[in-house]
Design a binder for this molecule. Structure first.
Ligand SMILES: Nc1ncnc2c1ncn2[C@@H]1O[C@H](COP(=O)(O)OP(=O)(O)OP(=O)(O)O)[C@@H](O)[C@H]1O
Ligand SMILES: [Mg+2]
Ligand SMILES: [Zn+2]
Length: 507
């Protein structure tokens, strides 16, 4: 037998980007052997085992020759077992168990189980986009990832398969290409997000949530245990405006690359809610890893990032939020690969006012030593104060509200007002939420008249507002005016916005 070289391509995921990997298999006479080069050492052994048994268990033959599979370029870090399928297909083609013309111009990605069936891989949507962008003829993917691949429009035929044999037979034209319909848009709005109607009383907190949702303003809730802070935070995704299809695609790409897309789900049509535990590392929060992986702040992109018991997070971990909160992106820089991830969540933090939790309760229930609440508060808000637009107290819910159990307003009613406010922003030609207004765009969106100036001057002296705090009040006031269907930001809007920073003054 002469030397046979067969090449098939596979899209590699680098951060959220992709690159083409050539999977080249070289078969030549000699003692039977199987080497894989171009993968990190640890992964090679496992890939060989899976490919060898996958081929044999699907009723094909591993040719008894010297096989070298080379994954190029060598200097690109390759992760994961997605190269099993292209290696196996290239071996079949090289050994003429599959016509080499059947795999020409074809890409493939998939992990093989030992029996030769396929396991899902991360990042299929990004891979399908890559294939379409580069004019690949077809892309073979595991059937579990078919729905995300089907979202991509283009000339590339997506071939979702359940096993190596199915892949080979479809490529050889012995079986039809399985058809997958893309997920419908707009999505089915069946909502399993918890509803605001479960929260009794707490009118001030409900109002703050509505404003936060309408302008994507970051929010800090402080109050005694059991006041309902966690409960309120979980309901915010249900108040945010509906996603556009482009945003849903972006979210799907992110969650797929992170390997977090629920199996079979084609499109993330709901805004994410992420609530990492306070023991999380900086890399876990903002992203990291030898091959850069998105962190919680990116997984929460366009949704809610909830830091419960925010005072218990390591200050340096909170500090890592600085770049994403200011720029809306995270750069993960590593020796082997770097990546930039989008990161624009609505940040929601919650905490108690002191270690025992009762510093603000009427009747002096707090058992903390004098001064302890103040140092605790400084710790709580120090690193995050700069990034918080709205800070409210969530008191113990008044028992009458609980006992009466009068049905409170549902999320749908609040969401409708939020959507109307958001429409006003779009009407103004403003492409991003009010929380991102700055500089001249902010001054233009909020022009103060004489009364407005007086309100702001008095707030600056009374609350010791910093320049940053001043801008935050203006942004929140813009949102309040939008909720009020008002083009102008008036005195009442400003006063309410100032009130949303006044609790234990945020500066
Ligand atoms: N306003 C409310 N309406 C209805 N139930 C409430 C309300 N507030 C609290 N609860 C009940 O109390 C429980 C605890 O509320 P939640 O966990 O949200 O409080 P929290 O403010 O986050 O407390 P902690 O400071 O201890 O984290 C809820 O699961 C709910 O059953
Ligand atoms: Mg809680
Ligand atoms: Zn206390």
């Amino acid at each position: 037998m002469a030397v046979m070289v067969c090449v098939i391509t596979s899209p590699a995921i680098v951060g959220l980007d992709t690159a083409t990997v050539q999977v080249e298999v070289d078969l030549r006479p000699g003692l039977p052997a199987f080497a894989v080069v171009g993968l990190p050492d640890a992964a090679v052994q496992e890939a060989r085992e899976r490919v060898r048994s996958g081929i044999a268990n699907q009723g094909y033959r591993v040719p008894p020759v010297r096989i070298v599979a080379n994954l190029a370029p060598a200097d690109l870090r390759k992760a994961g077992p997605q190269y099993d399928l292209p290696i196996a297909l290239a071996i079949l083609a090289g050994a003429e168990q599959l016509s080499p013309s059947a795999v020409a111009g074809v890409g493939a990605a998939g992990e093989l189980a030992l029996d030769g069936t396929l396991r899902p891989v991360a990042g299929t949507l990004a891979m399908a986009e890559h294939a379409a962008r580069h004019g690949w003829r077809a892309l073979v993917v595991p059937v579990q990832n078919a729905a995300e691949a089907a979202l991509v429009e283009g000339e590339t035929t997506i071939i979702p398969v359940g096993s190596l044999r199915e892949a080979a037979e479809v490529l050889a034209g012995e079986r039809p290409v399985p058809i997958v319909a893309p997920a419908p848009w707009p999505p089915d709005v069946r909502n399993d997000v918890p509803d605001l109607c479960d929260v009794h009383g707490q009118p001030a907190a409900r109002r703050a949530l509505e404003i936060a949702a309408a302008g994507m303003h970051s929010l800090l809730m402080v109050g005694p245990p059991g006041g309902g802070k966690t409960m309120l935070a979980r309901r915010i995704p249900g108040l945010l405006p509906p996603l556009t299809r482009d945003d849903a695609i972006t979210l799907t790409r992110i969650h797929s690359v992170a390997g977090r897309l629920p199996p079979g789900q084609g499109l993330m049509s709901r805004r994410p809610f992420r609530a990492p535990h306070h023991s999380i590392s900086a890399a876990g929060l903002v992203g990291g890893g030898r091959l850069p992986q998105p962190g919680e702040v990116t997984l929460a992109h366009l949704g809610v990032l909830f830091l419960d018991e925010v005072g218990a997070f390591q200050p340096q971990v909170l500090d890592a939020l600085r770049q994403p909160m200011e720029h809306g992106v995270v750069d993960v820089v590593r020796a082997m690969a770097s990546a930039r991830f989008p990161a624009r969540p609505l940040l929601v933090c919650a905490g108690n006012p002191c270690p025992c939790g009762h510093a603000d309760d009427p009747g002096g229930r707090c058992v903390c030593p004098p001064g302890r609440a103040e140092t605790y508060q400084a710790r709580l808000s120090g690193p995050v104060a700069d990034r918080i637009d709205i800070r409210i107290e969530v008191p113990r819910v008044d028992s009458a509200a609980l006992i009466e159990g009068v049905p409170d307003e549902p999320s749908s009613a609040v969401a409708a007002r939020v959507e109307a406010a958001d429409a006003r922003r779009i009407e103004r030609g403003q492409q991003y939420p009010n929380a991102r207004l700055q500089g001249t765009a902010l001054r233009k969106a909020v022009s103060l008249d004489g009364n407005g100036r007086r309100v702001m001057e008095s707030a600056m002296t009374r609350l010791g507002l910093t320049a940053r705090g001043f801008d935050r009040v203006l942004r929140v006031a813009r949102t309040i005016a939008d909720l009020d269907s008002s083009r102008k930001v008036g005195e009442s809007h400003l006063l309410e916005a100032v009130g949303l920073r006044a609790y234990r003054s945020l500066g």
